[in-house]
Design a protein around this ligand. Sequence first.
Ligand code: AMP
Length: 195
Amino acid sequence: MRLVLLGAPGSGKGTQAARLKTALGVPHISTGDLLRAAVAAGTALGVQAKAVMEAGRLVSDAIVLGMLEERLAQPDARAGFILDGYPRNLAQVQALDALLARTRQPLDAVVKLRVPSEAIIARTELRHKAEGRADDDPATVRKRLQVYTEQTAPVAEHYTRAGTLRVVDGVGTLDEVFARIMAALGKAPAAAAVR
Ligand code: AMP
């Protein structure tokens, strides 16, 4: 299964991807996690990305594509992947299309988690307190939401036009949202998940 998860920052993509990874048996590839690892490791690329991420803006397409290509070339991604945080603008849609066409790995599905902005702001505030992510402070979240509206919302429109987008209500418990995603993928969730 090759799946793209779309949704605003704080919509629960990362949390659901961790769960989907076990259910679908494919790796969770988050460009945000790849970038945070590069920042933590202090690589040249991480140093370049840090300030941009802390400002809530998008890291350059070339840097992110390079990291993604490298990750997708690892053996575990042959079985498929759950892509979280990519593509984030229309140029990245084209880059992903070209990459997957070259490796003959077309996407199976694109799922968007729909969460109202008030819930996003509340969730990222909680995450800021719990995890201390610098870009979860309220001012940066507002900037990230603006970037999402301007640059990432057109990505969902692109997949709607292509007929591949499935929109899932992202408000609810982890189990509820997980069950909705599995249903949207045409897969029965594990018994424990439905309750
Ligand atoms: P995330 O964890 O997906 O919210 O990503 C955290 C930050 O990493 C974003 O606010 C961006 O600065 C950067 N980032 C993650 N994915 C991308 C991407 N596909 N393109 C550009 N920047 C990205």
